[in-house]
Design a protein around this ligand. Structure first.
Ligand code: NI
Length: 396
């Protein structure tokens, strides 16, 4: 067992208690008042400087090493979901209809434990460590509050974490290259004069046009993109019509697109617009396409992913590092940091023998292995030592 693991082992019962408290008291995006206060109080206890995320929930802690060096940021998100908890745990949510079903309670607890451990190593630490406790990841916008408040400006690299049911509890999952998808939304508004269902010769039919558009949009992924370049186009909402005997004057299609590399994003935008315009022309309706930008893909810098791998392999053991077999087409607002600074992202495994620990994230019955707390905290500490050039052998 590594030195830092031993130190963490002594603290583990305390952090399991903290995790259970946070789990029991979840709060929705941008409403994380109690969670923020709890985090600030903890950081203060460790002697870490704490800054308000001015105007928003969330907080930023700053630990100055005794020696000069680079600045690294570690990020955990703190919000819960509007999901009813159905785990039967004794520390299940007391806030009806709100639950940490995405494991953000484990992210916060891991990062608090890392802050505690690193504060004990302050005398040996080069540079500065910033702890980003970010609100509202689930709304894909909380990271912008941290960025807009200037906390990222002096950071040289940023690292983030997320739980993952498919990786065993106590292990770390990494991936070189694209790890999570970029995501944008689109809205196509199809218009025509409107008229009587019995007289199709008097007005073009926007519902028929919308139906063609939906099927043709699927050809972007199947017939236009390189099959080795993953993408998704989903039309999730269609608003049309008021009665069976009326040809309506407007149909609105709303959808989501996912992609792994920026070039694909541009191509999908162009294709959606071309198909909407071309189908509209062919079927005599008018189409207006709007792309609503979301977030970019999560693609870690290879050398920084390498630091995560080295940290976990040396401090937890080689058998505790899994290379993830594929990227996820889910999105993560950590990508807003990556748009500005180099960084990398990793998974902390939460899988256990219980099949309910292998349900999808956001499921109200999902269980998480608490071994994730120590694995995440120890890995974070190793990353800090490697990135800042502090004496890593002290942790081994
Ligand atoms: Ni999440």
């Amino acid at each position: 067992m590594s030195a830092i693991q031993k130190m963490m082992q002594e603290l583990e019962p305390e952090y399991i208690k903290i995790r259970r408290y946070l789990h029991q008291h979840p709060e929705l995006s941008f409403q994380e008042e109690n969670t923020t206060k709890f985090i600030k109080d903890e950081l203060n206890k460790y002697g870490i400087e704490v800054y308000d995320n001015k105007g928003f929930t969330g907080a930023v802690g700053v630990l100055h090493g005794a020696m000069p060096g680079k600045t690294i940021a570690l990020r955990a998100d703190i919000d819960a979901l509007p999901v009813k908890e159905n785990t039967g745990l004794e520390f299940a949510s007391v806030n009806e209809g709100c639950c940490h079903a995405c494991g953000h309670d484990l992210h916060m607890t891991s990062l608090l434990a890392a802050a505690r451990l690193l504060s004990k190593y302050r005398q040996h630490l080069h540079g500065t460590v910033k702890f980003f406790f970010q609100p509202a990841e689930e709304k894909l916008g909380g990271s912008e509050t941290i960025i807009n408040n200037g906390f990222l400006d002096d950071v040289d690299a940023v690292f983030g974490v997320h739980t993952w049911p498919d990786v065993p509890g106590g292990s770390i999952g990494i991936k070189y290259g694209p790890m999570m998808a970029g995501s944008d939304s689109f809205k196509i508004t199809i218009t025509a004069p409107g008229g009587h269902a019995a007289h199709p010769h008097k007005t073009p039919d926007p519902i028929a046009a919308a139906a063609y558009m939906i099927t043709q949009l699927q050809t972007i992924v199947s017939r236009e993109l390189n099959p080795l370049d993953s993408a998704v186009i989903t039309v999730g909402k269609m608003t049309a019509g008021t009665a069976a005997n009326i040809i309506p004057s407007e149909v609105v299609l709303e959808g989501s697109m996912r992609y792994l590399v920026p070039e694909t994003r541009r191509q999908i935008h162009e294709s959606i617009k071309r198909i909407a315009d071309g189908t509209a022309l062919a079927l005599r309706v008018h189409a207006e396409t709007e792309i609503i930008p979301g977030c970019g893909p999560v693609i870690g810098a290879d050398n920084l992913v390498g630091m995560i791998e080295t940290s976990a392999a040396k401090l937890l053991g080689n058998d505790k590092v899994s290379i993830l077999p594929s990227a996820s087409m889910g999105s993560e607002d950590f990508s807003f940091y990556l748009a500005k600074k180099p960084g990398a992202f990793f998974r902390i495994g939460t899988g256990m023998a219980d099949p309910n620990s292998h349900l999808a994230l956001h499921n109200g019955k999902l269980l998480f292995s608490e071994d994730a707390i120590s694995a995440g905290a120890v890995t974070f500490c190793g990353i800090v030592f490697l990135f800042t050039g502090s004496d890593f052998s002290m942790l081994e």
